[in-house]
Design a binder for this molecule. Structure first.
Ligand SMILES: [Fe+2]
Length: 211
C-alpha cells in the first residue's frame, strides 16, 4: 500500500515531483502559466476520452428509449457530441498539441452506472425513459462542470479563442440538460408514476387492462 501520489492528482502541486512528469527539475522550473497550461491540456485529453466514449454510448441509450421524444433528443445530442469531439480536436490544434485521449475514470463510471440504472427498468416503460433521462443528466452535469472549468482556465492562461470554442460546447451541454428536464417534466415522470399504480393494481388481480 504505497502512499505515492498518482500522476492524476487533483491539481495540488507540492514541492517534489515524480520523475515521470515532463516538468522535472532537470528542465528548469516552468513558470506558473505553463504548469497551468500542461494541466489544461491534460484535462482536454480527459474530456476528449469522455466525449469519444459517450458518442459510442448514446446510440445504445437511444435504442433503449420508450418515447419518440426522448429518442429524438438523444439523437440530436449524438450529433452535438460529434461536434464536441471536433471542437476539442480544434482546441488541441490551436494550442499546437496532438489530440490525445486519456482515460476519464469519471465518464467510465457514469456509463457503467447508466447501464445498471437502465437495466433495472422494464423495456418499453415510461420508467425506463425516466431512468435514461436520469443517467443522461448525470453525464451532462459532469460535462457542464468540466467545460465550465475549462472555459475559465482557458481564459486564465490567455487562450481566449479556445475559451470561446469550448464555451459553445458548454452552452450545448446546458441546453441538452434543459431539454431532458423538460421531457421529464412533460410527461415521462408522471407516466412512470402511473405505471407504479398499474403494477399495484395488477398485483391485486386486475390483470389485462393494459393498452
Ligand atoms: Fe459533450
Amino acid at each position: 500500500m504505497e502512499r505515492g501520489r498518482s500522476s492524476k492528482s487533483h491539481g495540488a502541486t507540492k514541492t517534489s515531483r515524480s520523475s515521470s512528469n515532463k516538468t522535472s527539475e532537470s528542465m528548469g522550473k516552468k513558470d506558473k502559466s505553463s504548469l497551468l497550461k500542461d494541466f489544461f491540456v491534460e484535462q482536454l485529453q480527459d474530456i476528449y476520452w469522455a466525449e469519444k466514449a459517450l458518442v459510442k454510448e448514446l446510440p445504445k441509450m437511444q435504442g433503449a428509449t420508450t418515447t419518440e421524444e426522448l429518442a429524438e433528443a438523444i439523437t440530436e445530442h449524438v450529433t452535438e457530441t460529434q461536434e464536441h469531439i471536433s471542437r476539442l480536436e480544434e482546441a488541441f490544434e490551436m494550442m499546437g498539441e496532438t489530440a490525445r485521449a486519456k482515460k476519464c475514470e469519471a465518464m467510465e463510471g457514469l456509463i457503467k452506472e447508466a447501464h445498471s440504472i437502465i437495466n433495472e427498468t422494464q423495456k418499453g416503460s415510461a420508467t425506463r425513459d425516466a431512468a435514461i433521462i436520469m443517467a443522461a443528466q448525470k453525464v451532462e452535469h459532469y460535462e457542464i462542470a468540466t467545460y465550465g472549468s475549462l472555459v475559465q482556465l482557458a481564459k486564465t492562461i490567455g487562450l481566449n479563442d479556445v475559451a470561446e470554442l469550448l464555451g459553445q460546447t458548454l452552452a450545448e451541454e446546458k441546453n441538452c440538460d434543459q431539454v431532458l428536464t423538460q421531457i421529464a417534466e412533460g410527461n415521462i415522470n408522471e407516466e412512470g408514476a402511473r405505471e407504479e399504480e398499474g403494477e399495484q393494481q395488477m398485483e391485486e388481480g386486475n390483470e389485462g387492462e393494459e393498452d
